[in-house]
Design a protein. Structure first.
Length: 280
């Protein structure tokens, strides 16, 4: 390991065996391990026999803690940043530290690994090409509903984290904003003993959760299918391109036609090239 380097290390979201060999090497070699909750992280380190110097960095002290860590980097020490679970700086503290370290001229090295977001998407069965990650939705009903309404027409899958005491309210808002027929996947306690992945329609989710109090326990990753965008027939897409291509550069015409028709960009681009070739 290099002194004066910050390593951003992903750690297990639940199962302690979900850690990479490289992450263990980094944690063993780091001079300082900055942790969101030192008591929680000590369990992981002790499990693997790692006697590291722990230093607390959390949402309430990140500014001051970051300055202290930059000072240690100036002394040539190596620092590993971990969160309570998963990859740091994704809905967890760490982004401010990374910026300060980078601004101070030191190297930041990612050590990839577990992520609740990636784990949930991998078992969702939702095949949409894109997704939008919102982290935790707003805790207040009005703000949460406003955000959901804003995203209602998006063709991308919506992914968010939710706490157990808000999951029923959040799913009621999803059903109210998106109707009862959207596909949803409720991922609970991923990689832990009571892990569950439940697929249902948006209108069914609140009742399913309320049917058993145990279903509301633990941390959630929720995936909501994107809106189904109706695609126009190729003849109508060609009509749109016929109007746009003489007026705009190819890329702009394709981008606008894709937005107007709901067709896939690659298909619109191929059709536009064909039309240009035919027009000479």
């Amino acid at each position: 390991m290099s002194g004066g380097t910050l390593y951003v290390v992903a750690t297990p979201v639940g199962n302690l065996r979900d850690i990479t060999l490289r992450a263990l090497d980094v944690l063993r070699g780091a001079d300082i391990v900055a942790a969101e909750d030192t008591r929680h992280s000590r369990i992981l380190l002790q499990h693997y026999g790692i006697a590291a110097q722990l230093f607390a960095l959390h949402e309430h002290n990140e500014q001051a803690a970051s300055e202290r860590l930059v000072g240690w980097l100036r002394e040539g020490k190596s620092v590993a940043l971990i969160s309570d679970a998963g990859t740091p700086a994704i809905c967890d503290p760490g982004a401010l530290l990374v910026r300060k370290v980078t601004d101070a001229g030191f190297t930041v090295v990612p050590v990839p690994g577990p992520s609740a977001l990636a784990a949930a998407l991998s078992v969702s069965g939702i095949a949409q090409a894109g997704f939008r990650f919102e982290g935790f939705l707003p805790s207040r009903h009005g703000e949460r509903s406003a955000l959901l309404e804003k995203l209602a027409a998006s063709g991308e899958a919506l992914v968010f984290y939710e706490a157990p005491h808000r999951i029923v309210e959040a799913m009621r808002d999803v059903a109210q904003c998106y109707g009862a027929a959207r596909g949803v996947v409720l991922c609970r306690e991923l990689t832990k003993h009571f892990e569950s992945v439940h697929r249902c329609l948006s209108g069914e989710a609140p009742q399913w959760l309320e049917a058993d109090a145990n279903r509301q326990r633990g941390e959630f990753v929720v995936i909501v299918e994107g809106a189904k965008i109706e695609t126009l027939p190729e003849e109508e897409i060609a009509q749109v391109l016929t109007m746009l291509l003489p007026e705009l550069p190819l890329k702009q015409a394709v981008a606008l036609a894709t937005k107007l028709t709901g067709a896939k960009r690659n298909a619109v681009y191929a059709l536009a090239l064909k039309m240009q070739e035919q027009s000479g």
